[in-house]
Design a protein around this ligand. Structure first.
Ligand code: KG4
Length: 341
């Protein structure tokens, strides 16, 4: 019998230090995440503090992932790590750690594009029976730094069909939440408030852009002007209308995304749609994509909320596919801050 495959995944692109182990068939054995609360008081991620926290967290997090998987470091077949995009100082911690471990264990390294991780998160299996998408499928990739509609033909063949021309969907949530006085990141707060509000109460601008690209800057301005104009007459306007503002904002973001997603599905004729990235945790996005797919007889892949935000399970899974192709990474590899799918 051949030796089982064990891939260690390491994620450190932003403010979550995470390590995970997958085995054959991308079956998940462990997934450990250490989030950094230190940024909350600053209203956003402070890169220098993020790198320092990664330095502190990475050894215990990797150790816990290996132990929870019930293996030892010597069992590893490869070490997959997020090479980019992300904060350079944060990425350097994961990349350097992966290099050191790889040299020490004489175990190959696999570099992973963080965005491929989000797109391939649907292949993480907790159980052999778990459903995974068949190719080709479309992934609506919506996070704090990226917003793209990706045609996925295989784990290695991805094409961006459309993207935001300004803010990412997560930024649209976070920036509007900030002007409402909500803490960072605002996306989850908007989601929670929206569940109690009227999505039709306020109307905000929607973009008119040809093709599959979209934009959130008009919406942001229109949201800001609505607050400014109403605050003139009623200084407690935000307080009195929090839930309706959140619900109307969320509904507009969902409409913008769904409009382009439906066009992309029509154009490509795919039979499966997936969502990924932090904003894929949003209840409005999840429900709208599920409804759209049900209505059109398309298979929907809505990830567990744990696998929408940054996690190493998706890195180990994307690394597993590269490992199968023997696509290893040289020690000369350096992290990159920016890249698209
Ligand atoms: O993918 P992610 O964890 O980080 C990267 O950007 O790589 O995404 C973070 C983004 C933030 O903008 C956050 O506000 C948003 O995802 N987010 C949400 C929700 N949960 C996280 N936005 C709307 N509703 C949510 N429930």
């Amino acid at each position: 019998m051949s030796k089982p495959t064990y891939i260690l995944g390491i994620e450190s692109s932003c403010d979550d230090t995470s390590a995970a182990v997958v085995t054959d068939g991308a079956l998940l054995l462990s997934n450990v995440i250490a989030s950094q609360a230190v940024h909350e008081e600053y209203g956003g991620v402070v890169p220098e503090l993020a790198s320092r926290a990664h330095q502190q967290n990475i050894v215990p997090v990797v150790d816990a992932a290996i132990k929870r998987a019930g293996i030892t470091l010597a069992d590893l077949s490869a070490i997959a790590f997020t090479r980019g995009p992300g904060l350079l100082g944060s990425l350097l911690v994961g990349t350097s750690f992966a290099k050191g471990l790889s040299l020490g264990l004489r175990c190959p390294m696999v570099d992973v594009n963080h965005l491929h991780g989000h797109v391939l998160a649907h292949f993480i299996r907790r159980d052999e029976a778990d459903r995974v998408p068949s190719f080709p499928y479309i992934c609506l990739l919506v996070s704090g730094g990226n917003s793209q509609i990706v045609l996925v033909r295989s784990p290695r063949d991805m094409e961006i069909l459309g993207r935001t021309i300004d803010d990412a969907a997560g930024e649209a949530f976070d920036k509007c939440a900030k002007v409402m006085g909500l803490p960072y990141p605002g996306g989850p707060h908007i989601d929670r408030l929206a569940s109690e509000g009227d999505p039709k109460r306020f109307r905000f601008a929607k973009p008119h852009i040809q093709g599959l690209d979209y934009s959130f800057s008009g919406l942001k301005t229109s949201f800001l002007y609505t607050l400014r104009d109403n605050l003139r007459d009623d200084p407690r306007f935000i307080e009195r209308n929090r839930a309706d503002l959140a619900a109307s904002l969320q509904a507009t973001i969902v409409d913008i995304l769904l409009d382009k997603l439906s066009k992309a599905v029509k154009q490509t004729g795919v039979k499966a749609v997936a969502i990924g990235g932090g904003v894929a945790a949003n209840s409005g996005v999840r429900n709208a994509v599920q409804e759209f797919c049900d209505k059109h007889g398309i298979e929907a892949f809505i990830p567990e909320r744990l696998f929408t935000t940054d996690n190493a399970a998706m890195v180990a899974t994307a690394g597993y596919f590269k490992y199968l192709d023997r696509e290893f990474c040289p020690y000369s590899a350096t992290p990159y801050a920016r890249v698209t799918v």
